[in-house]
Design a protein around this ligand. Sequence first.
Ligand SMILES: Cc1ncc(COP(=O)(O)O)c(C=O)c1O
Length: 453
Amino acid sequence: MTPTQELQKPSIKTALPGPKSLEIINADAQYVTPSYPRPDYKLVADHAQGVWITDPDGNVFLDCNAGVAVCSTGHCHPEVVAAIQKQVSELIHLCGTDFYYRHMPELGKKLNEIVPIDGPTKTHFANSGAEAIETALKLAMYHTRRQKFIAFQSSFHGRTLGALSLTSSKKAQRLGFMRQPLDVVHIPYPNKFRHFITDQATDEGTVSCDVLTWLNKVFQTTTPPEEVAGIILEVVQGEGGYVPAPTVFVKELRRICDEHGIMLIVDEVQSGMGRTGKMFALDHHEGVKADIVCMAKGLGSGMPIGACTARADIMDWHKGAHASTFGGNPVALTAALKTIELLEGGLVENSRNVGAYLEAGLNKLKEKYSVIGDVRGYGMMLGVEFVKGSGDDPHAADADLRDRVEIACFEKGLIILGCGSNSIRWSPPLILTKEHVDVALEIFDQAVAESIH
Ligand SMILES: Cc1ncc(COP(=O)(O)O)c(C=O)c1O
């Protein structure tokens, strides 16, 4: 099931970044846009296999980030590589918006089987998460003939202008772009670890009820529900801090959408494709289905692909209403078909089982360190939130500590990445084994111990 894993531990041989890595970083600073939100540590990849990344200086890192939740089947999974290579030798591109090839209906049919949507679906193929979101926004507007949207504070849906109207996880994402093109009202996200008013921990019922009361106020004042085209939900908020929404909340949101003819758009760009130990995060909320589902990241094992799947009766737009030259490229679609085969062949289960093992280990560290305030999530989508842990307000967020832990892990050869203001996300390749988890947790433990001042 997994590519060969000969290495047992990371191996750091040079100061980081090493001299060859530094050359690349310097050239990058000269020629590449400074807008990329890179973390404080600087990882340069030369090649990667399975869960291991090697930099140009020969340092080997254990990857528990998977290129931000993308390399779902691990780096360069041999079956994905073979499928891509075969496809590249047969057909690289034709432009599926004007012509036909088998891969589009094949992947559309597969997504129809697995997405959490009731009844028949149709899919529009794109190249990224943001593009999948743009599709969903246009489709919801077209179908409902409405223009307003509801999104959540701390959400992330991409940086193109339509998606940016929804995105609200960090000030830097919007700073300088002034007015947003879409009419979006942001309501608080039901985060039980930090209630949006008190900033204190609460229970799922209370925070869900309070957010729904807020939504009702919005409906009664600025945003009549009969003018709302869609509500866009990350079932597990990703960039915002790996925060799952309570079932009671997700169910009620579905009911509200039904009551008012609002499209429930579920953004599974980060949480989808087995990451949470089920194929989709929404599958954790039994009986709740979306109208429109957006996917990208883990769908193509690293090949650029986005997909927006909707109820077939909703995807009722006219010829020419939406299309893209590269979207649904046969090479990317081949990677996606193979990825889903591998996910169904055991990786979703591995995400669930090894993810639970990782979560148990992180919870042990939470017992050990008062600065670990929360461990949360499902499968291999786990967030660890850092707090002050003592003093006047032990619950207060500790962003500096989170940053120090992130860097300490890197220096010891473990790749993890922050999310939210003070959390670390664990989003490893879904091929991760318990042995890898043991190695990762040992490093994480040391990194936390060293980083507490
Ligand atoms: C939930 C979610 N939606 C949308 C996006 C945007 O995807 P992309 O960066 O591929 O445009 C992201 C990216 O992190 C995401 O996490």
